[in-house]
Design a protein around this ligand. Structure first.
Ligand SMILES: [Zn+2]
Ligand SMILES: [Zn+2]
Length: 371
């Protein structure tokens, strides 16, 4: 038995996604759950694929920021049941390997082996197109379609009173941004935090720094509109680095010292170097932006040791999705973080290409597809 549904399928870079009929087995294999999606965010990582900046297998259902309801569970599934509200994680973990048991599930062996290659844990795909092609699912999720079949650990149960449009964003931008500040950078109340780039991840890094009680939060971007949004999410100071001298302004705002924490949320070499260059002695720069394949940066290792600077990467906000998704939803429901102002456009699946067009032009923060 199969279920048939519409999904937005990627076939080649720079071509619009095509909404096609695809099928999934309606009975989940052992250890997997069938999820009926209610909402999916449209993320910049989807655009990286569309623009050909990341090489991926095709055809593939894009989308990796989703929330929905468990439709049915396979044999051996113990943490979920039919009707549970879930947020999907693009780092489903085995809960057993070296990384999982040492508390770093986003680095799980299964992520590098399978979901990073857009496959299920058995190394295969689940969706089939009407023409009988195997269809990959982005990050093993493929949320630009109403149904998905995922490993148990890719669906995290959350409270059922949270709205799906907002909950979906916890599946990528919120966890990535808030987590970069809280888990990766471990922001303290005495820190001045700089966030470069005020898109979905950057605004969440800003509110993560606010949640951690940062003394001062400096937002930098080229767009005044995005800087105004940054203020809504907790930035105390703004730098338009198209108009102002970025390095001078950072020095001015920090009494010539630089910042304790700089979070890069764009994914460009010059902004990663700028984040690193803005550090106070002993400071930490975090790369949270998603970089195109093959990019290189240049830093001075003498200064790095002399001033004890750190440059670290942050994948999925160094999160533990099992614990962090319900926590972030609680923070939202208790008005400690703002997810409402992230959702600037609610659309149907057929309008997906318009959402990418808005993203390319820098309009709004997040488009969310509802099913
Ligand atoms: Zn994403
Ligand atoms: Zn593992």
């Amino acid at each position: 038995m199969t279920i048939e549904f519409d999904a937005a399928v990627f076939r080649a870079p720079d071509e619009p996604l095509t909404v096609e009929r695809v099928t999934l087995p309606s009975t989940p294999p052992p250890g997997e759950v069938l999820v009926r999606l209610k909402a999916s965010g449209v993320c910049h990582s989807d655009l990286h694929v569309l623009a050909g900046e990341w090489e991926v297998p095709a055809p593939m259902i894009l989308g990796h920021e989703g929330a929905g309801i468990v439709e049915s569970v396979g044999e051996g599934v113990t943490t979920l049941k039919q009707g549970d509200h879930v947020v999907l994680s693009w780092t489903p973990s085995c809960r057993r390997c070296h990384y999982c048991v040492s508390g770093r599930p986003v680095l799980c062996d299964m992520v590098s082996r399978h979901s990073a290659n857009h496959l299920s844990f058995d190394g295969r795909t689940r969706v089939t197109s009407v023409g009988d092609d195997d269809v990959y699912s982005f990050a093993g999720l493929g949320t630009f379609g109403e149904f998905t079949l995922v490993p148990e650990s890719a669906a995290i149960a959350v409270r059922s009173d949270a709205p799906f449009e907002q909950a979906a964003l916890v599946g990528c931008a919120v966890t990535t941004g808030v987590g970069a500040a809280i888990n990766t950078a471990m922001v303290r109340p005495s820190d001045t935090v700089l966030v470069l780039g005020c898109g979905g991840v950057g605004l969440n890094a800003i509110q993560g720094a606010r949640l951690a009680g940062a003394r001062r939060i400096i937002a930098a971007d080229l767009s005044d509109e995005k800087l105004e949004q940054a203020r809504v999410f907790g930035a105390t100071d703004l730098i338009n680095n198209g108009r102002e001298n970025f390095a001078d302004r950072v020095q001015e705002l920090t009494d010539g010292r630089g910042v304790e924490i700089a979070i890069e949320a764009i994914g460009l070499p010059r902004t990663i170097e700028a984040a690193y260059g803005a550090l106070a002695r002993g400071g930490t720069a975090v790369v949270a932006g998603q970089v195109a394949d093959g990019v290189r940066i240049s830093i001075d290792p003498f200064v790095m040791s002399d001033q004890e600077l750190s440059l670290i990467g942050s994948n999925y906000g160094s999160s533990k999705p099992d614990a962090d998704f319900p926590l972030l939803i609680d923070h939202y429901m208790n008005h400690r973080i703002d997810l409402d102002n992230l959702v600037t456009n609610v659309i149907g699946l057929k309008d997906i290409d318009k959402a990418f067009e808005q993203m390319r032009r820098g309009i709004g923060i997040r488009s969310v597809i509802t099913y």
